[in-house]
Each structure stands twice: as structure tokens, then as C-alpha cells.
Write a protein that binds this ligand. Sequence first.
Ligand code: XMP
Length: 317
Amino acid sequence: DWTPASYVETTVNSLREQLGNDKVILALSGGVDSTVAGVLLQKAIGDNLTCIFVDNGLLRKDEFNNVMEAYKILGLNVIGVDARHKFWNDLKGETDPEGKRKIIGRDFIEVFDVEAHKIQDVKWLAQGTIYPDVIESVSVNGPSATIKSHHNVGGLPEKMNLKVVEPLRLLFKDEVRRVGRQLEIPAMFLDRHPFPGPGLGIRILGEVTEEKVALLQEADHIFIQGLRDADLYKDVWQAGVMLLPVQSVGVMGDERTYEYVVALRAVTSTDGMTADWAHLPYEFLAKVSNDIINKVRGINRVVYDISSKPPATIEWE
Ligand code: XMP
């Protein structure tokens, strides 16, 4: 009879047995799975677990600081790495979506590798892999193989001669959330929407620049905070803003201006494989549009994406 409490107890015991006094590293992403894996391991082996959280310069507004703060409150032994400029630099000139993904994935491994080498005698790499990930990586044919590729720090275990430990390997997402609640992890982590590993890097269509990241962070923050304030966040499976490589005409005083267009994307779904556009209230969309246009200099037009998946995907790249 599966209960979160019994799962925590047996897993903590078996992790202790498996890991003994060995040192373990884990990449945290701010998402549900890696956070639950981290807290479970911390409970089992304490500060023999070192967590690494990388700011790739493509996170949401204030995400790095807010999440670091929350991790510390959870008692995790976490190293925050500000690698923003490395990612922004390496992304210069790249406009191809898969090219951007490759750069972001490669940079992540490089940064993680450097940090991991600073810790003496690491024996294990922990991963927040859950059961659907295990299934997906068995069928390596579909696009999911590429989608998930950045999740694990591919190639790193072999390169660093690390063994892999995956405490959530047999759980489904809702079970991970229940285990998370059992571990008293705040709702801020457990109820969040999925967010892609390449982050805002694939929501800025075309070339990524530091300036565009700053612009998109503001617009995204208005949309997501708006969903929370209107109590719509929980009704949506995933939401975000796309910064389009298009400038449209607007008026400011007597002047014609050319500024960016953003697209709001919000979908309902159960697994991300298929999705319908979220039928958000017009009044809500109107308010978000006004707020973005009035508060974010450089954006003068907001559109709403009413495409379903398939054939449209959730992300635009
Ligand atoms: P699409 O856009 O294919 O996305 O409908 C389905 C889900 O996967 C996420 N996604 C990614 N996640 N790395 C990730 O970790 C990626 O490169 C990536 N591309 C898309 C997307 O946000 C949605 O949740």
C-alpha cells in the first residue's frame, strides 16, 4: 500500500545504505523533480549532498535569487553559480533553435563540471529522473529524446567516473508532488508549471541578447503574476511569453515608433503531449496586455496564441 510517508521512510533508509558516507552532487533546476530529489537525499545523507544551481541568464525574473533563498530555507547545501555572461556570450549570433539548445546544453555541462570538480571525492551524481522520463528515454526515436536531453547532465557520469542515483525513478509526477508535500516542500515548488531547460532562450525567437532577456523577463513576470493574482495559474498547465523577432508600428505622441511584439501562450494539458490553448477571460487578457504595453518600454503590441498542439507546439521554437 503506497503512501508518501512510507515511500519517504523506505527511500531514505535505502539511500543511506546505498550511499554510506559517499559524496553526492545534484543539479537543481528550481523545478519539482530536482527539488524533491534534493530534499530526500539531504534527509538521507545530510551535507554529503552538494547541490548546484546554475543561473544561465535565461531564467524568469528574480528566479535565481528567489529559488536560492527557498533552497536555503529547505536546508539544502546549495552552490549558486552565476554563469549568465558565459551563456549570453556563447549564444551571440546563433539564431537556429536547435543550435541554441545545443549551446545551452553544452554550457550547462561545462559549468556543472567545473563546480563538481571543486568538491573532493565525489562518487555519485544524483538525478531527479521520474518514471515517464525513464520510459521516454527508452524510446529514443521521438522528439522527446532531444527534449529531455539537457535534463540529465549527459555524458558527465562517464567523464567524471560517477555512479548515478535516481531516488524518484519509479514515481509519476503526482506521486512526486505527494512526496514533496510529505517532505513539507513549499507549494511554490510543487505547484509550478513546467519550464523548459533552455528557458527564455527558446522564447526569444532568433538571436538571444542580454537586453532581450531583460525585456522578456518583465513581460513574462506581468503575465505569470497576473495569472496568480487572478487565481488562474492553477487552471493552466503552462504559460509564458514569446518575444517575436518582429517590430510593429505604434504611436507615441506625434511619433511613429517601431517596437517589439510579444505573444502570450497559455495552454491546458495533462502531459504536454497534446494541448489546447487556454480560454482565458478577455478582461484578464486585456489587463495583461495593457500592463505589458504600459510598463515595459520596447514592447508596443501583445497578441494571444490560440493554436492547439498538434500541430502547433507549446513553445514557438
Ligand atoms: P513543445 O514545445 O514541444 O513542448 O510542445 C512540450 C513540453 O516540453 C517543453 N520543452 C522543453 N523542455 N528542453 C526542455 O527541458 C527543451 O529543449 C524543451 N523544448 C520544449 C515545453 O516547455 C513543454 O513543457
